[in-house]
Design a protein around this ligand. Structure first.
Ligand code: IPM
Ligand code: MN
Length: 354
């Protein structure tokens, strides 16, 4: 929490529906700041596909560095239909995550209303866990090469790069988070020790060493393939899950579906000692752009996570409670165009229920 109570927030609406959902998140932030008496300033950045198409610029090292002076970054979505896939994702989103050393991707999976769960007989108390995804290494490191590109004999390699330091800081964060969360106090390592015998040997050894410092936390291990099975069959087994970058990417899309869909799934790219960035995890949804039909709840929840991260816990709780209320009482569905309300009306509903 800032002493002068004035937070500096950087806002990157980004592509597609990003700016629309961010607008609703900011609407909710304004209301909640009045209620709980904190102040902030917003600085809007136009990084994204439109700017890239006009200027050929994505984001420079200097621009990334300039973001370090903010207390947090609020991001809408990255990915533009007229830009080849990969350019903005690596040049902007991953560049920010890496450049700001946001080495944790924190993704809560929480069901607010059983009616929105595609699984049979699962209740809100059954689906309430957090995935702690390593966010700076692994297969995302862009390491690899082509041999004999374009020939019949072509070989492409893509390396999963795991450092002891990177793995340990992630695992340690996960234990601390699990302790602080103080629910079932169980941390599951999700990996693939039976096949990826270098990377996951390092992860498993590190996990087993670090866990000795946390005797109050129960630990468990599950292979990533089995993890997807348990997400569907027994999601109630999970409390906190720690995993690498690629596995974390995959299992959190499944996690989003069992909590009701991309419309409600939020995440934080966390640098515990620096500036963190909060985003709905659903992407830019180009086909819904500008139609006022996209669900802004994921972005609103991301704003809540951001407020929690900068120290405004009460405001964060108020947002979550308002979201729970309308997810239970008002919305017909969490899916775009089927909610029974427009994007802007949902923002208003959250504000009304704060
Ligand atoms: C996510 C996204 C990104 C990722 C893409 C857009 C690069 O899928 O945040 O989960 O793979 O991390
Ligand atoms: Mn993803």
């Amino acid at each position: 929490m800032r002493k002068d109570g004035q937070y500096k927030i950087a806002v990157i609406g980004g592509d597609g529906t990003g700016p629309e959902v961010v607008r609703e998140g900011l609407k909710v932030m304004e209301a909640v700041s009045k209620k709980f008496g904190f102040k902030y300033s917003l600085t809007i950045f136009d990084y994204g596909g439109e700017r890239y198409l006009k200027t050929k610029k994505i984001i420079s090292d200097k621009e990334v560095k300039a973001l370090k002076k903010f207390d947090a970054i609020y991001l809408g979505a990255i990915g533009h239909p007229d830009v080849k896939p990969g350019i903005l994702e690596t040049g902007l989103l991953l560049k920010l995550r890496f450049g700001l050393d946001q080495y944790i991707n924190l993704r809560p999976v929480k069901l607010y209303n059983a009616d929105f769960c595609p699984l049979k007989d699962k209740k809100p108390q059954d689906i309430d866990f957090v995935v702690i995804r390593e966010n700076s290494e692994g297969l995302y490191k862009s390491m690899g090469k082509f041999l004999n590109k374009g020939k019949k004999s072509e070989v492409a390699t893509q390396i999963s790069y795991n450092t002891r330091k990177g793995v340990e800081r992630c695992i340690r964060y996960a234990f601390e988070y699990c302790r602080k969360r103080n629910k079932r106090k169980k941390l599951t390592l999700c990996g693939k020790t039976n096949v990826l015998t270098y990377a996951w040997d390092l992860w498993e050894r590190t996990f087993n060493e670090v866990k000795k410092e946390y005797p109050d936390i129960k630990t468990d291990y599950a292979h990533v393939d089995a993890t997807t099975m348990w997400f569907v069959k027994n999601p109630e087994w999970f409390d906190c899950i720690v995993t690498d970058n690629m596995f974390g990417d995959i299992i959190t899309d499944l996690g989003a579906m069992i909590q009701g869909g991309m419309g409600i799934a939020a995440g934080g790219n966390i640098n515990p000692g620096g500036v963190s960035m909060f985003e709905p995890i659903g992407g830019s949804a180009p086909k819904y752009t500008g139609k006022d039909v996209i669900n802004p709840l994921a972005a609103i929840c991301a704003a809540g996570m951001m407020l929690e991260n900068i120290g405004e816990q009460k405001a964060a709780d108020a947002i979550e409670n308002a979201v729970i209320k309308i997810a239970k009482g008002s919305l017909k569905s969490l899916a775009a165009g089927k909610m029974g309300y427009t994007t802007q009306e949902i923002g208003d509903l959250v504000v009304k229920n704060l």
